[in-house]
Structures are given as structure tokens and as C-alpha cells.
Design a protein around this ligand. Structure first.
Ligand SMILES: [Zn+2]
Length: 252
């Protein structure tokens, strides 16, 4: 799965070094950031194609819409039970149903090691099973649900996923490795904000919050960081959003 964000792009770079075919998938999920994500993926793909270290053949992006996802009462019921334990994004239900019905094996998902914000995804996995690690045919570390020591619900929803090696590293480590290996331009093209304000990262949505808390404050202007702190201190989200619009309009 590719979104044009840092974590999935990190996985794209890792696998671009091998003589394999990479089939990227993008899940449409009604995000306001969609056009920025498509732009980031297009530009990053160009960068990868023109990089002499790229050995992989990167196939055209497959965009998955809600209409491509058949209903599946078993997966939906399992997802609902997992979600009821403490929340879980609906994308996992969608992707699990898509992969099951389109015979997509070994779909890679790139969850990063969280820093300060708790991860519902990780909490769900830990409460319902065990993740095991193996080394795949090109020698990279992969994490999967241990099918012998996990609940039937976890196996049904996450059993078809490969978790990329991002599972074991933080955003700052991803950034460090990308810079060291000469992928700084790609790093800067990755998109993360879900609710941009006039094309700029808002500083207040969940991925912005995760990015700031992971230590990547260089992605924000000082005024955006100030709004983030105001929101954290309890300011009204509507007021903060309005102030952010003014900041962007006035170039602050
Ligand atoms: Zn944002």
C-alpha cells in the first residue's frame, strides 16, 4: 500500500533496490489530502525511475475505490469486534476485504514504530495476537501475524498483510536513513497532512501531530507549530483552523 507518505515511501525505496516487480496500491478513503498524495506519488515515482540505484520495475499505481471492495460479512464482523476493543481505522477492514477477494497476496503495509502517540493498530495487534519476524527472499526483514498464536479475528483482518521493516523503526530513523542514502529530495516530497490548508500542512490533524511528536518539526513553519501547541493546550479546533487559514494567507 502506498500513500505518498513517509512510511510507505520508505518501503518503496527499500524494495526499489531489488530486481523485482513492485505493484503499488492506493486506497481512496475520502481524504481531503488525496490530490496532494497523488502529486507526491507521481513525483517520487519519477525520482525513483531516474535513480541509478533503482533495479525494480515499478508498475502503474492501482487505485482502489469503495466500489472495488466487496462486502464480506466474516471480515466485517471480525473487524467490528477488533474495533470495539479500542478503535481501529476502517482502512484495515477495506484493505482486508479487497485483498481477500482480489487474491492479492503479501500486501505490504508500512506502520512505523510510534514515538509518543499511542497506536490503535499496534494496541489491537498486541491485545489479540503475536507478530513474528522473518527474512524474505530478497533478504529484508518482514513482520506478519503469527497464525498459530493469534485470535481468529486478527488472522482474518491482518493475516494477509506483510508489515514492512518500518514496523521496527521510528520516523526519525526513516528520515536519517533516507538522507544518508541520498533520498533527501524524495523525503521532502512525501506528503503527510490529511487536512491541508490551501496546500500547506495544517499542523493539527492526526498525521501532523504524529509527525511533530516524532521530531520532524522542520516540516512546519513556526506559526504552524504555535497553532499545534495552542490546540494541545485546549484551544477550540475551529478557531485554530481559522487562524491557520489566516497564517497561510498572510504567509506566516
Ligand atoms: Zn495536518
Amino acid at each position: 500500500m502506498w500513500t505518498g507518505g513517509l512510511d510507505s515511501t520508505y518501503t518503496m525505496i527499500v524494495y526499489s533496490h531489488y530486481d523485482i516487480e513492485i505493484q503499488p496500491y492506493y486506497l481512496r478513503h475520502g481524504r481531503k489530502s488525496e490530490k496532494y498524495e497523488f502529486k507526491a506519488m507521481e513525483e517520487i515515482r519519477e525520482e525513483l525511475l531516474n535513480n541509478e540505484k533503482t533495479k525494480a520495475k515499478i508498475l502503474p499505481l492501482i487505485v482502489i475505490g469503495e466500489e472495488d471492495i466487496p462486502s464480506d460479512s466474516e471480515v466485517e464482523a471480525a473487524y467490528s469486534r477488533l474495533k470495539a476493543q479500542g478503535g481501529l481505522g476502517s482502512q484495515y477492514d477495506w484493505i482486508a476485504r479487497y485483498a481477500r477477494h482480489h487474491d492479492v497476496e503479501g500486501l505490504f503495509y508500512s506502520p512505523v514504530k510510534p514515538t509518543s502517540s499511542a497506536s490503535k493498530f499496534r494496541g489491537c495487534i498486541e491485545a489479540n495476537g503475536v507478530i513474528k519476524e522473518y527474512v524474505n527472499s530478497v533478504g529484508r526483514k518482514v513482520f506478519t501475524v503469527d497464525m498459530e498464536n493469534s485470535s481468529p479475528d486478527l488472522k482474518l483482518v491482518f493475516g494477509g498483510f506483510n508489515l514492512s521493516e518500518t514496523f521496527d523503526i521510528t520516523k526519525l530513523e526513516e528520515e536519517k536513513r533516507m538522507r544518508e542514502e541520498g533520498y533527501t529530495r524524495i523525503l521532502e516530497k512525501t506528503w503527510f497532512c490529511h487536512t491541508p490548508v490551501l496546500g500547506k500542512a495544517c499542523g493539527c490533524c492526526h498525521p501532523c501531530e504524529t509527525t511533530i511528536e516524532a521530531g520532524q518539526t522542520w516540516r512546519f513553519t513556526e506559526s504552524r507549530l504555535k497553532r499545534y501547541r495552542e490546540l494541545k493546550a485546549g484551544a477550540s479546533p475551529g478557531k485554530v483552523r481559522l487562524e491557520t487559514y489566516l497564517d497561510v494567507l498572510l504567509g506566516r
